[in-house]
Design a protein around this ligand. Sequence first.
Ligand SMILES: [Cu+2]
Length: 173
Amino acid sequence: MKFIRIQVLALFSTILLFNCGNKEEKMKKGFTYESTNSQVKSKNSKDEDAVANVVLTSNDLMQFNTKEIKVEVGQKVKLTLRHLGKLDINVMGHNFVLLKSGTDIVAFAIKAANERDNEYIPKDSQDIIAHTNLIGGGQVTIIEFEAPAAGTYQFLCSFPGHYAMMSGKFIVE
Ligand SMILES: [Cu+2]
């Protein structure tokens, strides 16, 4: 009788273990979607290492706080864009647009400038790896995306006329 009970217990533990493993797997797969949940983020340190937390700020002087962002191959990038200024989105709107390698930044910026109704993001663009919403003074926007393959990419703010001052290198190494 005792022996059977132990066996049952062992079986129960195995099921429990299996379920946990499954859950973990699901969390990894659905990370982009679920990561706004702080419970997922603090699940284990391994997951946190896999996320590059990038905080980019912008202001009323048409500037980002950096011209260079570095992340590691295979990382998920959580990019937070803050607008520390006070000006309205229609006057001093900012976004972050990461371009695929080989994209002509000037040609892209000209195309984007015509897309006012689409927050200056060209519709159906094949040139973009990731982009945020357009924000005005005092606003914050967050995106998450997979770091592209190792290499150097360009990022910009696609609000008309901003790319000359608001652009930089996004390095994956
Ligand atoms: Cu801008």
